[in-house]
Write a protein that binds this ligand. Structure first.
Ligand code: ADP
Ligand code: MG
Length: 255
């Protein structure tokens, strides 16, 4: 039997009041697979990632992370919100990288990576800093460990953001438009770090407008439109986009 997907999204709906943002999303991501999520602005891409990280509570359906139901328990078919501690346990191995880097301005790169290890994981300072140095090295920033965010380029700041997420030793990395806030000449260095990560077998879901990256790195490309998965498949399949007029129209902006 095939291995269970590491992320398994089944029939997920998300509503904000009366607004239906996700309308029955089914998405399975296998271990070490890279899934790129594309689609127009406002189609629900961020909301989907945020639901997978339980930064948003999904309204209906199920999300399993490494086989465990996220956020809820099912008793006699009834869904019940579990405790925050239980949520934290299930999503412990999920790392998140945002479009905005969200670094602490008064801390060095090293401290930005080490602080969550101390605060969230209770790791002693010396060990946390050792691990933080290793992670900065991984993203090519050993030489900038003592720099403050304001002294770093946007690309370097985002690489610190990635190092910070990796320091928590996630099994899954979620990226929400990680290069969209960057000047064009800085996009490549961040994509290279992500490419390396994919090469090491990290399971990744990446919301991106970088179609070259998606074509090259993704195992699966998912096109979200108005809260539904309107197309999915290998990059070759999706980028050929013969049948779906919405997808064809969307891709015209890129190719
Ligand atoms: P995308 O990332 O694809 O651009 P989003 O997931 O951010 O799209 O948003 C999808 C839709 O959900 C948008 O119409 C947005 O206005 C709406 N939305 C997102 N977050 C909220 C919220 N907290 N409250 C109300 N509506 C929201
Ligand atoms: Mg978004």
């Amino acid at each position: 039997m095939a291995e269970r997907p590491i992320i398994d999204v089944r029939g997920v709906w998300k509503r904000f009041g009366d607004v239906e943002v996700l309308k029955g999303i089914d998405l399975a991501i296998a271990k070490s697979e890279v899934t790129c999520i594309i689609g127009p602005s406002g189609s629900g891409k961020s909301t989907l990632l945020r639901c997978i990280a339980f930064l948003e509570e999904y309204s209906e359906g199920e999300i399993y992370i490494e086989g465990e139901l996220l956020g809820f328990s099912l008793e006699n078919g009834k869904r019940r919100r579990v405790s925050d501690a239980e949520v934290a346990r299930v999503r412990r191995n999920v790392g998140f990288v945002f479009q905005q880097f969200n670094l602490w301005p008064h801390m060095t790169a090293l401290e930005n990576v080490a602080a969550p290890l101390k605060l969230a994981r209770g790791i002693a300072r010396e060990d946390a800093e050792k691990r933080a140095r290793r992670m900065l090295e991984k993203v090519g920033l050993s030489h900038r460990a003592e720099a403050y965010p304001s002294q770093l380029s946007g690309g370097q700041q985002q690489r610190v953001g990635i190092a910070r997420a990796l320091a928590m030793e996630p099994h899954i990395m979620l990226f929400d438009e990680p290069t969209s806030a960057l000047d064009p000449e800085l996009v490549g260095e961040v994509l290279q770090v992500m490419r390396d990560l994919a090469g090491e077998g990290m399971t990744m879901a990446v919301v991106t407008h970088e179609m070259g990256f998606a074509a090259q790195v993704a195992d699966t490309v998912v096109f979200i439109d108005h809260g539904v998965i309107a197309a999915s498949g290998s990059p070759q399949q999706v980028f050929r986009h013969e049948e779906n007029p919405r997808l064809r129209q969307f891709l015209q902006n890129y190719f």
